[in-house]
Design a protein around this ligand. Structure first.
Ligand code: HEM
Length: 408
């Protein structure tokens, strides 16, 4: 069943939630405008394609080493305390995202519009956390499109304020980098690559760099936190993963080179994407040819939102979908190269451009964490599975006890 859709350019939810479709086979061709094609070329060449990703491998390795060092320090200071996983992972992921996007781990920045210097924590809050919450903010007019003409002043004001703060900070970051390049600093980042292209306006540069920072700092955290939650909750599965790592790596520290030889780790990653899809709904598609989907006629012009979570929790598709069971991917149906099975990364031409980076970081991190420590969830937190609204983001940060396995 193949239908024709065009992606609409905005990444925000549309005004009209026309159809929520549970049939994942509907994802098909997407329009691919000239601007999108150009930007996709830039993002692959300067950030996410295999050669750019090779360039950032040392930065990813450093991220792993830093996280392990922090966990070791936390355990040394208080071996019996539960530790906040998210704080450690988020700080290092944001650092990596800043280095890839801007060429440096920015510790503070002066923002003209605020008339003051803001800290790295504030940068994170304004350009990542506030914007992510803004994207899922619900406008009641979405549910009553015929009332779309009624003003919703508080909603509009909140969105406008969040956006203008984001733009002010992103612009300051871009300008600081431009000044450094003008003073002869070597070009090493995605932004440097975009500047050298000379075909983008300042506004486009600011938006593209902001997008790269957010994408790098957000969904990979969501997936890795859920994976560690599940492993910390189920010692048998954690043991199985540890055994696999021991057999493949022996005394060596896990690296990205080992990942293709760790099928259970791959299954842990994909099962986490299925059970806790970070992006519950795909950005909307516009049906541009009347078509039939799952027995329904969908007229041209309909906006379609694909319900990833719905597909992944469907009893018709998966046995006991509520269960987190990596083994389901090891029964011969699973092809390790198949990113599309859970559609967690989307599908079609607008499929996630960062899936290789997300997979490398998340899998290498999970493997390193399990190789070095036994993970046990804080008592009472086993059933804390709530998410933040429509996102896959875990509502309660993961707290864990860590016991060094010894020898590492
Ligand atoms: C587990 C982690 C991630 C998940 C689950 C995820 C999921 C998604 C989804 C669902 C889409 C929309 C796809 C569609 O419309 O069909 C998307 C698009 C995109 N993602 Fe990711 N993503 C992840 C990590 C990343 C990372 C780390 C980056 C970059 C640093 C990234 C960059 C992008 C870009 C650039 C697009 C837009 C692609 C286009 O429109 O052509 N993603 N992602």
């Amino acid at each position: 069943m193949v239908a024709k859709f065009s992606s609409i350019s905005t990444r925000k939810l549309p005004k009209a939630l026309s159809v929520i479709c549970r049939d994942k086979t509907m994802v098909a061709t997407s329009d691919y405008g000239d601007f999108h094609k150009m930007v996709k070329r830039f993002v692959m060449a300067g950030l996410l394609g295999s050669s750019a990703q090779r360039q950032f491998r040392d930065t990813r390795n450093k991220m792993m080493d830093n996280m392990l060092r922090t966990f070791r320090a936390l355990v040394t200071v208080d071996p019996d305390a539960p530790h906040n996983f998210r704080e450690v992972f988020r700080d290092e992921l944001f650092r990596l995202s800043l280095i890839q996007s801007l060429g440096e781990d920015v510790s503070s920045i002066y923002v003209e519009e605020f008339q003051r210097e803001i800290s790295k924590d504030e940068i994170y809050q304004i350009i990542v956390a506030d914007m992510t919450m803004c994207v899922i903010e619900v406008d009641w007019r979405d549910f009553f499109p015929y009332l779309g003409w009624v003003p919703n002043k508080s909603f509009d004001a909140r969105v406008a304020t969040t956006e203008s703060r984001r733009t002010a900070v992103a612009r300051a970051l871009v300008n600081q980098r431009k000044e450094r390049i003008a003073h002869g600093e070597a070009r090493v980042s995605y932004l440097d690559f975009l500047i050298a292209e000379k075909s983008l306006t300042d506004e486009e540069l600011t938006m593209l760099v902001w997008e790269a920072i957010v994408e790098g700092a957000d969904t990979t955290l969501v997936t890795t936190e859920w994976a560690m939650y599940e492993l910390a909750k189920t010692p048998k599965k954690q043991d199985r993963l540890y055994q696999e790592i021991q057999e493949v790596c022996g005394e060596d520290t896990v690296t990205e080179d080992h990942l293709p030889r760790l099928p259970y780790l791959n299954a842990v990653f994909h099962e986490t994407l299925r059970r806790h899809s970070p992006v519950a709904l795909l950005p909307p598609r516009l049906v541009h040819e009347t078509t039939t989907l799952a027995g329904y006629e969908v007229p041209a012009g309909t906006e379609v939102i694909i319900n990833v979570h719905g597909c992944n929790m469907s009893k018709e598709e998966w046995d006991e979908p509520e269960e987190w069971r990596p083994e389901r991917f090891l029964d011969g149906r699973f092809d390790a190269a198949d990113m599309y099975k859970t559609i967690a990364f989307g599908a079609g031409r607008r499929v996630c451009a960062g899936s290789a980076q997300a997979t490398a970081i998340s899998c290498a991190a999970i493997a390193r964490f399990v190789q070095e420590f036994v993970w046990r969830i804080k008592e009472g937190d086993e059933d804390k599975v709530d998410t933040v609204q429509l996102m896959g983001y875990k509502l309660h940060p993961l707290y864990v006890y860590l016991s060094p396995r010894g020898g590492k």
